[in-house]
Design a protein around this ligand. Structure first.
Ligand code: C5P
Length: 218
């Protein structure tokens, strides 16, 4: 469907990234990963020794981040996916994202990226607050969930760290807590989101379900 915007939100390990990528491929539209923008701010803070508690300084770093369907840019240069995915960057991203100064700067960055993608054919936009705050007018809102055990297992398999499921489970629970308890844009389903509990579901099954919901929109 040309010009459609699909918002996919959910906690860490809910399968958002894989589902967003495959749904976008299936529909032939762009995909935007907004978590990568928060991760880029975290990476900059770690590299440049900026305190993860210093909201105004982190807001300044956020001004150097751009978002595109192909990935995230810092100072105009693409940041490799592996650098953004490091566990210390994940933990720092969750802290960084709680600062209103950071969210304020990244809000128009995300909206403008989504608008460009919409005009170019449409987009699947994934994150934590896409349906609630960033794009409340999205044509379809999906909220993916799964039990913490299942999410930890998926993350461990995905990253080849099968021995560390328990440690990953604790890290995921800590991020869930920070992301849902923060005052600004906490992680929660939009009132009009379709909530899909993916515990026990295969990836392909979830993708089919979302594509079906897209086809059912008018
Ligand atoms: O989705 P991903 O795990 O890459 O996101 C990294 C972190 O960025 C999340 O833990 C969350 O704190 C933050 N985030 C956010 N709002 C978004 C996307 C991500 O606060 N829309």
């Amino acid at each position: 469907k040309r010009g459609i915007i699909v918002a996919i939100d959910g906690p860490a390990g809910s399968g958002k990234s894989s589902v967003a990528r495959l749904v976008a491929e299936r529909l032939g539209i762009a995909k935007l990963n907004t978590g990568a923008a928060y991760r880029a701010v975290a990476l900059l803070a770690l590299r440049e020794g900026v305190d993860l508690g210093d909201g105004p300084a982190l807001g300044g770093l956020a001004g150097r981040v751009a978002l595109e369907p192909s990935g995230v840019l810092v100072d105009g240069r693409r940041v490799p996916e592996e650098e953004l995915r490091a566990p210390e960057v994940s933990a720092a991203a969750s802290r960084v994202s709680a600062h209103p100064e950071v969210r304020e700067v990244l809000l128009p960055v995300q909206r403008e990226a989504a608008e460009r993608a919409r005009r170019a054919g449409g987009a699947v936009v994934e994150g934590r607050d896409i349906g609630t705050v960033v794009l409340p007018g999205a044509d379809l809102k999906i909220f993916l969930s799964a039990s913490p055990e299942e999410r930890a297992r998926r993350r461990a398999l995905q990253t080849g760290r099968e021995q560390e499921v328990e440690r990953i489970r604790r890290a995921i629970l800590e991020r869930d807590r920070q992301d849902s308890e923060r005052a600004v844009s906490p992680l929660r389903p939009a009132p009009d989101a379709a909530v899909i509990d993916t515990t026990g579901m295969g990836l392909e099954e979830v993708v089919e379900k979302v594509v079906g919901l897209v086809r059912a929109t008018d």
